[in-house]
Design a protein around this ligand. Structure first.
Ligand code: HEM
Ligand code: FES
Length: 346
């Protein structure tokens, strides 16, 4: 049983990751401002900082959105996924710096409050050329705030993984609002072709990545299955890597199979934490370990080792003439199923 099983928490690796991210953000902002001073000597330091933080948040948001499809295309990107939530929070903080600087610069010196000024100084919602793009940025920032504020595991547990995940799909709403904020804003202010280029590359790049990842998953899902009878032939025992997962699709559901200690077990591929792909995980300390944040489940009953109580559905498996046969009917989460015996050493 694992003694190192902890829910998402701070560790040395995460601290190193965060240090690198903060250093990269500072380097980005410093480089942006330095280049701005050279290329546009009339721009004030405040304006350059506003633009630097905005551009940095924009890039970070695209990186956050690219990590998911990249991991579905190539498992080597998985370490990035492990800390994606931290990157999301950093994105919000950088966007907040941009939003606060902008609001102060453009709305703090009138005779109404900053928020009233932001929402009432431009109400030309009927004109693309004069559209109030700052309000779009404000709504995007509010969406990012909700996600950053609920990023902790406490909210995941409180809201339920399904509701939490749905809420966090709001990142795509934030992204669309930010793209409009930048595109419409660029119509109204003097901006460099670099900004248009970044906007275009970011949007097309994300669309292509998501398309490729979806196609790769469709191909995996469409892999031929022998569905004769109730059991499905998954292949020879040796097709399951030792102590690593393999994913098969049965009746539209992904099932994760593991060969460990002379037995074969099958559980649902969907991790209880954030729906991570268990089939891409490994056996660590005798437990199936999710590749995303390390949640663990015992192979024989799909239950987390004590004191944790998370459970995933299990499946019956048999080995017949050296071939693995899977009963596609999912059993209730946590149902014990004796591993199919494959013999010592296999
Ligand atoms: C309260 C929220 C926000 C306000 C008031 C705001 C305001 C502004 C303003 C006034 C500009 C034009 C700056 C200039 O050209 O001098 C701008 C540009 C920009 N904003 Fe925002 N914004 C907000 C939120 C956001 C968010 C959430 C993001 C991204 C995550 C973002 C990304 C950008 C980018 C990339 C630019 C273009 C920067 C450049 O010219 O290089 N903004 N914003
Ligand atoms: S541990 Fe987070 S999704 Fe599995």
């Amino acid at each position: 049983m694992s003694t190192t099983y902890v829910r998402v928490s701070w560790n040395r690796q995460k601290r190193r990751y965060d240090t690198v991210v903060v250093a990269a953000v500072l380097a980005f902002v410093a480089t942006f401002v330095a280049c701005g001073l050279v290329l546009d000597p009339r721009a004030t330091a405040e304006t350059l900082l506003i633009r630097a933080f905005g551009a940095c948040a924009f890039v970070l948001l695209h990186v956050v959105l690219a990590i998911g499809p990249l991991c579905r295309l190539d498992r080597r990107f998985l370490p990035l996924l492990y800390n994606r939530r931290h990157l999301g929070v950093v994105t919000f903080v950088v966007a907040l710096a941009h939003g606060v600087f902008s609001a102060v610069q453009f709305h703090a010196f009138g005779d109404v409050s900053i928020l009233v000024s932001l929402w009432s100084s431009n109400t030309r919602f009927d004109s693309l050329a004069h559209f109030p793009f700052q309000q779009l940025g404000f709504v995007a920032l509010s969406v990012l705030f909700v996600m950053a504020a609920t990023s902790h595991d406490f909210w995941l547990k409180t809201l339920s993984p399904r509701a939490w995940k749905t809420l966090h799909m709001g990142v795509y709403v934030a992204w669309a609002l930010v793209v409009m904020h930048v595109a419409v804003g660029a119509f109204q202010t003097v901006v460099s072709p670099l900004l248009w280029g970044t906007l275009l590359v970011g949007t097309i790049g994300l669309a292509v990545l998501h398309g490729l990842a979806a196609r790769a998953e469709r191909r995996r899902d469409a892999a031929p299955q022998d569905a004769s009878g109730t059991e499905i032939d998954v292949g020879p025992v040796e097709s399951l890597p030792l102590d690593r997962g393999r994913t098969v699709v049965v009746r539209g559901e992904r099932v994760a199979l593991f060969r460990h200690a002379g037995g074969i077990s099958a559980v649902s591929n969907v991790c209880r934490h954030q729906n991570g792909p268990l089939g891409e995980g490994r056996i660590i300390d005798g437990c199936i370990t999710c590749p995303w944040h390390g949640y663990q489940y015992r192979p024989h009953d799909g239950t987390s080792p004590p004191p944790f109580t998370d459970r995933v559905p299990t499946y019956r498996v048999r080995v017949v003439d050296g071939r693995v046969r899977l009963d596609p009917r999912a059993l209730p989460a946590g149902t014990p199923v004796p591993p199919a015996h494959v013999g010592v050493g296999r």
